[in-house]
Ligand binder design. Sequence first.
Ligand code: NDP
Length: 338
Amino acid sequence: MDTNRQFVLAQRPEGKPSDDDFDLVEAEVPDPGPREVLVRTRYLSVDPYMRGRMRAGESYAEPWAVGDVLQGAVVGAVVESNHPEFAAGDTVTGNLRWADYAVADGDDLVGVETGGVSDSAALGVLGMPGRTAYFGVTDVLDPDPGDTVVVSAAAGAVGSVVGQIASLNGCRVVGIAGGDEKVAHLEDDLGFDVGVNYAEADVSEALADAAPDGVDGYFDNVGGPITDAVFEHLNVRASVAVCGQIALYNDEGVPTGPRKLHTLVEKRASVEGFLVGDYAPRFEEATERLVEWVQNGDVAFRETVVDGLENAPDAFVGLFEGENVGKQVVRVEAEFDA
Ligand code: NDP
């Protein structure tokens, strides 16, 4: 059997992570114990929240120690199973490792059922990011038909689905993203009413045109100056769903403190943070709806695929440079013998 390459955290990043923060080491392919399953990685997900796990301090996910093997969502093939629900050859997903192989308790794995959609979609539109969009829009933001909804990091894994679900709810949807190609993708492929390229435009000025009746719902993936600009356009009783603050993840502390909160007073607006994990009892509901929407063409999706486990750190760092359109995944399977 192959050796097992795996990434460990070499040191804690300072600012934006770099290659020096990751070490690719070789280990034995692990043996599955009772009720455990050996999984060969086909696709690995890199996600912004992993930056929080690289810090010593608390984030909502437990910090990794220096030297720990990095973990992440994987779609993989069962190689050997000591669990009654899985057999060799099954395709499964779970929180495994940045590695060629990993063992997991079979109770923590789920069979991949994407209804004919690509298996890698279980890491994106039909996985955690899609569910985040689903609950963030339907439960947290809960917009009315006719509302104007703005989403930041709109061309990314979560944001692209957020906008489409809001459109299905009859909202006017404005997406903010970095680059003309992303804006064209939002408007031409995903049905957003307007895309705003924050790299070129003054976001506040652009929103005056894109959201002439003001903003009723804001799905915040980024924080920082983009969120400041959106806050200037909130309507009375607007809702803000705080999903993520990627613009701040590489900062040590938040340099300017909570910003623009006076707007919330004037507008009697509400701001609610949420974590997709809290919706675990309803994951099946979300997956069923998302599969249905993707199958019938109501929700389109794109993936940015990087080949090779060794390129996982670059794919991860690329999230902070806007290199991905849609879900960023790493394809590991191509490296295995057939
Ligand atoms: P994306 O696929 O959206 O990738 C990240 C994107 O963020 C990049 O493509 C880039 O797009 C944008 N970005 C990066 N740096 C900045 C910056 N400084 N300013 C503005 N935009 C920036 O990632 P996900 O969809 O996986 O995650 C989106 C957000 O949702 C993250 O904040 C993440 O932490 C959060 N999240 C929260 C969850 C929860 O349970 N609350 C669950 C899942 C995700 P661009 O080119 O447009 O700048």
